[in-house]
Design a protein around this ligand. Sequence first.
Ligand code: GLU
Length: 540
Amino acid sequence: MIDHKKVRVRFAPSPTGPLHMGGVRTALYNYLFAKKHQGDFILRIEDTDQQRFVAGAEEYIIASLKWCGILPNEGVGFAEGPFSPYRQSERKDLYKTYVETLIRNGHAYYAFDTASSLDQLRKEREQQGSSFAYGPQNRHQLFNSLNMTAAEVLQRLNEGTPYVVRIKVPENDLIVVHDLIRGEVEMHTSQMDDKVLFKSDGMPTYHLANVVDDHLMEITHVIRGEEWLPSAPLHVLLYKSFGWESTMPKFAHLPLLLKPDGNGKLSKRDGDRLGFPVFPLNWTDPLTGEQSKGYKEQGYIPEAFVNMLAHLGWHAADDQEIYSMEALIEAFSLERVSKSGAKFDPDKTKWYNEVYLRSSTDQHLAMLFLPIVQEQLTKSIPSRHLCTSAGHLIDAESLLAYCNKAVALVKDKAQFINEFWDLCNYLFVAPITIDTTILAKKWKPPYETFFIKFADALSTLTSMEATQAEKLHTAIANDLALKPGEVMQLLRIMVSGQGSGVNLFEMIALLGGKESSTRIEQNLKKWLQTLSTDAAASRQ
Ligand code: GLU
């Protein structure tokens, strides 16, 4: 399949909105294929349709690829390469020459029909129960250069009459697309119409710009979504018309991403309905202000997201499901991409995340958790910040080291990084309330002395190991003839406010002696006050 030429593939999105998961998968397969064959992966922005341009979409595409680790060798937002520029609007002048070549060689022609005259024809045909297509059957009756003298054409062009350039589809030909996933896909030219290639505003249409750029950028394989398969015969025809058949790229049209029930194409609405994102990052529509959720902000690990995407349409030779990017590169092949649509499974996506979360290093998770902590800390009341450690928590580096220890305690309890904060915010911020229901149920008067003594002992310790805290706890309990276990949950409430959570003595060790001690003292006071208020109330 691969000949001697260096593999060059491209991801060529149009900046018409946020990048859908399907688009990220197309980029990923291109990337994997390029890396597998020591080739180049290019990002080209196809922005010739100015009417569909959406502000911020290009930046979104670039940021999404970066988050996923799908990094182009050349392209917009990445390294400038020898085929620069990579944004089609900046290549505008170049397409005109190519379209003129086609016209000169009789493969394309000027059409001056107005939109309203074509609409009228369409309506008439519909009324007659048929349809209208601008093509071999009727182009000779329409208002175009095929039916005019050269002088007439020139006159119209000089007068500035609006025009489009259309491809002249051959009358009786069979176009064959050799698709690496689907085999031979045929289309007879009688089923094709004379698509517009160029408009008088100087802009090429997608079809022309796409083919010219793939040729100029020496693209060897066009790997893209199935929705482009119907356009492929036209593209093949364009390669033939330009005389570029010998260097025509090979095609591979990827299967659709389907709804979880397999019933049709996966859409944003499915995500909204079933509660999963369809975009890699959060997106706010610049026109409507509508907000869409992204995998990143939902707490997904990019490697898990990429691993999941890789399996949507491609399957490995074995049953292995967990693949690093390097392993994917090694294992990937277009032969193992299926023709039929790939059902998206949101639960499987969560499963991937959990697997990655469990196997990620604490350092890595801490890096991802740090911005969440920073955001939360700025939101919370400053006086509630960790008191003892407040000094060393101010700078990001110390906070990162602290997060490192915190994630080690919490990661087994979560599926997502953004569950961390809810699970362990008491490691960063002293609790405002304490669980009095459990306290009321389990409280006995001698416990007061236990907590006073334990808080006292802790206050003198600047740093300690969890085992040290535990020993201290046992010793003080024994001295007071208490079983260490009976005050354990209550101690947890005094420190964290709640009856369950991360390992108790690890928590105390991480908070440090002074902070733990202050919390015990304050919460004990609060609790004793509650007790006496309750007692007074019951006496009345
Ligand atoms: N600009 C097209 C898109 O938005 C590219 C299709 C192709 O890869 O040829 O998907």
